[in-house]
Design a protein around this ligand. Structure first.
Ligand code: NAD
Length: 363
């Protein structure tokens, strides 16, 4: 690849997520879409058409094409195995979150990428949104002091057919409801983005997670993963935090938020899937920001999918590791898996607050 030629991307899995990434590739000066593959040929063709990309009816055929990198957007249980095949074929891999369903599988991918000297990146595009950039700047300049409180809310009112059709309806498959194929529900699918946001904004990693999960709105006979969860967390600097997550919270709008409390101020990040700025409260002025009252800090306008592609294509071109890759996944996925392990260790009918305890307190 010439230092100035755009990175040639293939796409494997042309469902809902791939549409946004194909848009990011189209808007990037550093990348070009040259090939697609999906078991559903019509989806591969529809993604390829605007870019006049080639359509392949097998992964092997796509990997034999003239490509530099492959973007992988498949049901969760296929992400790591297909990424391994992509790396083995000598192509860089940009993998959708969660990249893998275990930390062992993540480490194997990491080893494979390092041994081959190939970039291995993950799509965590919310770190490229305007409010995330504002929050990162404020936290890293210590405008709010030391971060001590971190509250994540992942509250969404998904329609029940989400479990069959996903958020966009471009595809129809029950993989999201399957424990084996999805690996988890709302926490793995959605909260993982916010866990990564906190990591990107603060540089902290989760070190302790306790949690409870349940399938309370959807029918557990058909939805094997959680639609509701809560957790208590400790982060690497000692900050204490929480997660509340729900996939079917009635009437909920704009409920995917992050709240950061520092020793000298606080930041409320808006739901990143729509307009909105960070609200900031400071105990002492910082730059032009006043102390003692909440102010909205205007967000720069960004193109998160293009930025994700640019951020991956430049390292592929330059032959260096991807800046958002295995360590970011390890931080976020590690917390999700720990939450699931902790929740699974508690029988659903267990109660620490026994009748005696409750009666003792109310007597
Ligand atoms: N970063 C984001 O904001 C974002 C948003 C949505 C989804 N995602 C992630 O993207 C991934 C895919 O999710 P989605 O919503 O696009 O799912 P989807 O079901 O809409 O698309 C998956 C596609 O994979 C195809 N497929 C399945 N098995 C295949 C195989 N063996 N070979 C080739 N193609 C195969 C299906 O036909 C389908 O078109 C998941 O990891 C999901 O978590 C990320």
């Amino acid at each position: 690849m010439s230092a100035h030629a755009p990175v040639r991307f293939g796409v494997v899995g042309c469902g809902g997520a791939a549409v946004d990434i194909a848009g990011g590739i189209a808007r990037s000066d550093l990348a070009t879409l040259v090939a697609t593959h999906d078991l559903d040929l019509a989806l591969a063709e529809s993604l390829a058409a605007p870019a006049r990309a080639r359509v392949h009816d097998s992964l092997d055929a796509l990997l034999a094409d003239d490509l530099d990198a492959v973007y992988i957007a498949l049901p969760h249980h296929l992400l790591a195995p297909i990424a391994e095949r992509v790396l083995t074929a000598g192509r860089a891999a940009l993998v959708e979150k969660p990249m893998a369903l275990s930390l062992d599988a993540l480490d194997r991918l990491d080893d494979r990428a390092r041994a081959a000297g190939l970039a291995l990146g993950v799509v965590f595009e919310l770190r490229e949104t305007g409010p995330a950039l504002v929050a990162r700047q404020l936290v890293q300049a210590e405008a709010i002091g030391r971060v001590v409180g971190i509250r994540l809310r992942t509250l969404i009112d998904k329609p029940m057919d989400y479990w069959m059709r996903g958020p966009t309806g471009r595809t129809s498959s029950p993989w999201r409801a399957s424990r084996e194929r999805a690996g988890g529900g709302v926490v793995l699918m959605n909260t993982i983005h916010q866990l990564d946001l906190v990591h990107a904004v603060t540089g902290l990693v989760p070190i302790e997670v306790t949690g409870v999960t349940g399938t309370l709105h959807a029918d557990p006979a058909s939805v094997e993963v959680e639609d509701t969860a809560a957790a208590a967390m400790r982060w690497s600097n000692g900050a204490i935090g929480s997660i509340v997550a729900g996939a079917h919270v009635p009437g909920m709008e704009r409920g995917e938020t992050v709240e950061l409390d520092g020793t000298d101020g606080a930041i409320r990040m808006p739901d990143p899937y729509g307009p909105g700025d960070c609200s900031v409260f400071l105990r002492r002025p910082w730059g032009e920001l006043p102390a003692g009252r909440w102010v909205d800090v205007p967000s720069p306008v960004t193109d998160p999918f293009r930025a994700t592609i640019d951020g991956f294509a430049a390292p592929v071109r330059d032959g260096v590791p991807a800046p958002v890759g295995v360590p970011a996944v390890r931080s976020a996925l590690g917390a999700v898996l720990r939450l699931y392990e902790d929740a699974a260790a508690r029988p659903a009918d267990a109660t620490a607050l026994t009748d005696d305890h409750v009666q003792g307190r109310t007597a």
